[in-house]
Design a protein around this ligand. Structure first.
Ligand code: RP5
Length: 183
């Protein structure tokens, strides 16, 4: 598109500005209006001290930026991509088409159709181009799935430790809630 900015040559690695570490997870969304859906997932990734990047890359409105983002992610050191989109939600699938990295798709609930449109657009990828689809608006599950993928590698033993603690805390909070109401 004529109005789309040509991106400058990108560095080989990207840094998480908060952690000052090489980013492992790239979080992207189709529109700024998706950001509130992503907020809890981003918070969890930060809690688990997983270095991330966060961007807006629209498959429809900034297709060149999206393609560059997806094609360069692996060489920048990204291990997992999380992509959120609503409506005719092509973003996660189009990103998966331009990278070999695992892509996790979050269907965003829009103002119509209750997010069923986004869910089906993302989950119904044709064979050969998988997108791991989480529940509608469930950025927490996307973040936890990304953490599980990273934790499966022995290089990320520190992330594995924090993830296991998080899972244990999750269990404890349910047991504590039950204990408070049991009678
Ligand atoms: C999609 O269209 C975005 O992911 C968003 O969920 C939806 C609506 O976008 P806006 O019109 O709010 O920018 O591309």
């Amino acid at each position: 598109p004529l109005n789309e900015l040509r991106l400058k040559e990108s560095p080989k690695e990207t840094e998480d500005p908060i952690n000052s570490k090489k980013a492992l997870v790239a979080v992207t969304m189709g529109s700024e209006s998706d950001s509130s859906v992503l907020a809890p997932g981003i918070k969890l990734l930060e809690q688990l001290e997983i270095p991330i990047t966060v961007t807006i890359t629209s498959a429809h409105r900034t297709p060149e930026k999206m393609m560059q983002f997806a094609t360069e992610a692996a060489e920048k050191g990204i291990k997992v991509i999380i992509a959120a989109a609503g409506g005719a939600a092509h973003l996660p699938g189009m990103i998966a088409a331009h990278t070999w990295l695992p892509v996790i798709g979050i269907p965003v609930r829009g103002s119509v159709l209750d997010g069923q449109d986004s869910l089906l657009s993302i989950v119904q990828m044709p064979r050969g181009c998988p997108v791991a689809t989480v529940a509608i608006n469930n950025s927490i599950n996307a973040a936890q799935l990304a953490a599980r993928i990273l934790a499966s590698s022995d290089i990320n033993a520190d992330i594995r430790k924090r993830l296991k603690q998080h899972l244990a805390d999750q269990t404890s909070s349910v047991l504590e809630a039950s204990a408070r109401m049991e009678r």
